[in-house]
Structure formats: C-alpha cells, structure tokens
Design a binder for this molecule. Structure first.
Ligand code: SF4
Length: 363
C-alpha cells in the first residue's frame, strides 16, 4: 500500500510536519472559533493537539483575523494554516503573521495578480501554499467550459493554479480538490495523482454531521489512501473538530497507515449473547478515548469468534454464560463475572500500558 505515493510525491514542510514523499499521512482539522477570539481559538487548538491533530487551519476572513493570527501562531503547539478566500492581501498578512502554510482557493481569487504577490511573499518566508479547489466555489469559466462541476473541471482548476505557481518559480505546493460527493472527489484525486507530483491533501468537503460525515469521508479518503493516493487528510464534520481528528485516525488505523490510541474490536451481538455486551463495549469505548498509545482491545460476545479475536488483541474478553474469559497477549488470564468485566478489562489495559512505559515489571 502507498508505494505509488511514496515514490512519486515531493515533500513539503509545514512547520516541523512533513507532508508527502513517504512521510506518515498527517491528520488535519480546522478551528470552528472566531479567529479574532484568540483565547477560544487557542483552547480549541489545544484540544485538537491533545487528540493528535498534526496541523490546524484557521479562517482568515479579515485584517483583524490576520492580526489575531500572529498571537495564535506564536502560542499554537501545532503548525497553523491560514485559510484565505477572495483577498490576496489577507494571505500576505497571514504569512507575515507567522502562518506555517497558506490555503488559497483559485476559484475565488479575484485579483489574478494577487497570486504573483502571494508567491513572492511565501517564497521569501519559506511558507508552502495549498491550492485548495472546492466544488462549491469552482471558477465559473471552468464550470462552463466543462459543462458543469465535474472531476475534470475540478482537476483542471487545481492544475492551472499549480502551473501558474510554477511559472512564478514557486513549487512548495500542496494540492486539494474537494467535493461533497465521495465519488466525485475520488475521481478528481485520481486525475490529479496522475499529473501532479505535489503532495495531495484529501477530504470530502461538507461531508455532513458526525454519523453520516464519517462514513462519507471514510469512503472517499479511505478509497484513495488504499490506492496509495494522498499525503494528508481532513475529515470535515458538522461537529466538534476533535471528532474530525478521531475519525481521521480511525481511517488511518483501518488501513494500517498510522497507529494512535486504542482500537476496539467488538462483535455486533446476536441470539447467542448471554452477557450485556453492548453496554460493556460502549463504556469501554468511553474509557479508551483517553488513551493515546496504540493498543488493540477486543470485547466479544461468545465462544464462536470471541476467543479468536480476544487472543489476537492485546487485551480482550470473550463472553460465555453470564461471565467472560479475560485474555492478554494471546493467553487466558482468568474468568471474570459480567459485573466486573469493565473494571477488570480496564485494569488489565492499564497494567499492560504501564509495563510498556517501563513503570511496572511485566507479569
Ligand atoms: S461473537 Fe458470538 S455473540 Fe458475537 S456476534 Fe458472533 S456469534 Fe454472536
């Protein structure tokens, strides 16, 4: 997996985070706060950092926001990207304020001479530019030329902007071309991957609320990553942005591209289940959310698939009649009652993590 990507794409540095050229796929999110409210924005960035977010983007819709960006960039624990639409001067101000990357939208950059000025300033400051095309704001000329918003039109918009930057001798570029349709974004990124050797930022834009949006993003982003296309991702959700980071890592974990935090394996239950598995799995999901180290935990209902999955996990439980068998690293530890299952499983996970950190002697 990912060999196409590893061999082909250039590398871009966003602060200390490497994008492309075989670097781990980074997870991005975007603040929902008013950028002028520096305190709340930094609080949200701290929560995103805690969740594992590699790069954060903030909207810069005004000169005041660009001014606030200076304090945000100074204090942010992770690289900050300035999201620019319409006005090239905001990109210039953001670069001067310390942004680690600029996102511009070629579909709404009204002053075509603005790109020349942005490229000049970005080169001077060694700040990369993301050419961020969006199906919702595609240049009308291209919409007319291609007979609608199509993958070809989206890809053309990105390629035109990239070639313009190259003419300006600027090659520190990341490219995205998002659509709310997973199928359309998949086809667009496949086209881009064939013609560009710049890192690709993947996303299904306006994907929806948490339940629907995670699925749409997993289909779009996951399909491309499985083909080796994509170097950095953002899951766009109408939800707390921390959920975007969790979903991003869940996609990367599902494809074995990165490991962070716990992976919970749990069965759907069926007529064989004789333990309160759903409640236990839900409670374990809550408890596991605070773990950052990779660990695989299985919560299984019966002897059909339970012992197999529990043995394969780092720690697991397999249900029987009103009890569970606790497994750790492939071995049976002991039998536990269904009432003590959550606490015993949590205790065993804590022990294993403490041993890995060298805080406890191995049992
Ligand atoms: S593991 Fe057992 S309880 Fe769970 S779904 Fe499979 S057969 Fe049913």
């Amino acid at each position: 997996m990912n060999t196409k990507n590893v061999l082909k794409k250039k590398q871009v540095l966003v602060g200390p985070v490497v994008i492309g050229g075989g670097a781990p796929v980074s997870v991005q999110s975007m603040c929902t706060t008013d950028t002028c409210d520096v305190k709340r924005t930094l609080e949200e960035i701290d929560r995103l950092d805690e969740a594992g977010c590699d790069i954060v983007r903030v909207a810069v819709p005004s000169a005041e926001a660009a001014q606030a960006l200076r304090r945000i960039c100074f204090k942010s624990p992770i690289p900050v990207v300035a999201d620019i639409h319409f006005d090239y001067r905001l990109a210039i101000s953001s670069i001067r304020a310390g942004a680690d990357k600029i996102r511009i939208n070629p579909g709404n950059m009204r002053d075509k001479n603005g790109l020349v000025k942005i490229a000049k300033e970005a080169r001077k400051a060694c700040v990369p530019i993301r050419v961020g095309v969006n199906a919702g704001s595609l240049d009308r000329v291209l919409v007319d030329e291609y007979g609608g918003v199509t993958p070809e039109a989206l890809a053309a918009s990105a390629v035109l902007a990239v070639r313009e930057l190259e003419r300006l001798d600027f090659t520190d570029i990341v490219v995205s071309a998002k659509a709310s349709s997973p199928r359309m974004m998949i086809e667009t990124y496949r086209l881009l991957s064939d013609v560009l050797d710049y890192p690709l930022h993947l996303g299904v834009t306006e994907a929806g609320t948490k339940s629907e949006g995670v699925i749409r993003s997993a289909v779009g982003i996951g399909t491309l990553l499985a083909e080796g296309i994509g170097d950095t991702i953002r899951v766009s959700l109408t939800a707390d942005p921390v959920e975007e980071v969790r979903a991003g890592f869940a996609i990367l974990k599902a494809l074995d591209l990165r490991q962070r935090g716990a992976t919970l394996i749990s069965c759907p239950t069926c007529g064989r289940t004789e333990v309160p598995l759903m409640e236990i799995a839900e409670e374990m999901e809550r408890r596991l959310a605070s773990i950052h180290e990779p660990i695989k935990v299985a919560v299984m209902g019966c002897v059909v698939n339970g012992p197999g999955e529990a043995r394969e996990a780092d720690v697991g439980i397999a249900g029987g009649k009103d009890h569970f068998v606790l497994f750790r690293q492939g071995e049976v530890v002991r039998k536990i009652s269904k009432e003590e299952a959550v606490d015993e499983l949590s205790h065993e996970i804590d022990r294993l993590l403490s041993e890995r950190r060298g805080l406890l002697e191995p049992t």
